[in-house]
Design a protein around this ligand. Structure first.
Ligand SMILES: *Cc1c(COP(=O)(O)O)cnc(C)c1O
Length: 219
């Protein structure tokens, strides 16, 4: 779908939740190594892009360095790639999925980096992220101890299943954690992808990460 159409769908979904809810769209461009689709999206107003592979991201950051783009890293972060990622100066790392990784980023960063704590809200073994029960405690521990991790909120991938009730449940659990963390400065609740962003927004998401549904129209 085109960006305009996505924006209209987001608009309808957010009004079902609250007229005060503002939802940011991160266009996930990990499916292409070509920068033309990103330029097309940029020309229609898109500014936030999500990538999950550092090498591919590096090429795009380099090719688009004259564009005021916000780069969001959404992939599983390996320790030996952290320095490379930091050198790209990402706007935000959405995939801090353990205290250990937060510590590793903190140690290597020369200034505070915006980050989200990834939560494994569906409890699926195949997924990264903190268990729901550990999320609040870990978030507060990072905040307390790691000065270069500027935690801004939480991120999750919804349950990978066709059952809307289960998907909704994983978003609801994540929103509950977000709600508990608001007094500690959490502002972003990043949840919802191509197949489930409308459900995520109804459950309170204020940042969606949409890839395939959007990118197909720009390749
Ligand atoms: C790939 C990916 C997305 C986008 O997924 P689509 O289903 O293509 O919209 C969002 N978030 C993360 C963490 C991803 O890896």
């Amino acid at each position: 779908m085109r960006l305009d159409e996505l924006i209209q769908k987001v608009e309808a979904a957010r009004l079902k939740r609250s007229e005060h809810l503002i939802v940011q769209i991160v266009a996930v461009t990990k499916y292409t190594e070509d920068i033309e689709p990103l330029k097309r999206l940029y020309n229609e107003g898109q500014r936030a892009f999500g990538e999950n592979r550092i090498q591919v991201m590096e090429k795009k950051v380099d090719a688009l360095k004259d564009y005021p783009i916000e780069w969001h890293f959404i992939g599983n972060l390996q320790k030996n790639k952290i320095n490379k990622l930091l050198s790209l100066n990402p706007f935000m790392i959405q995939s801090i999925n353990s205290y250990e990784i937060a510590e590793a980023v903190d140690k290597r960063a020369k200034k505070p980096v915006r980050c989200l704590l990834e939560i494994n809200s569906a409890g699926e073994d195949s997924k990264q992220g903190l268990a729901v029960e550990e999320a609040v405690e870990t978030y507060l521990k990072i905040k307390e101890n790691l000065n270069n991790i500027n935690l801004q909120g939480v991120m999750t991938i919804g349950a990978h299943i066709d059952d809307e009730k289960e998907i909704r449940k994983s978003f609801r659990l994540t929103y509950e954690i977000f709600d508990k963390l608001k007094p500690y400065g959490a502002k972003i609740c990043s949840m919802g992808m191509s197949g489930d962003f409308e459900i995520a927004i109804q459950e309170g998401s204020n940042m969606i990460r949409v890839g395939s549904a959007l990118l197909n129209s720009y390749l």
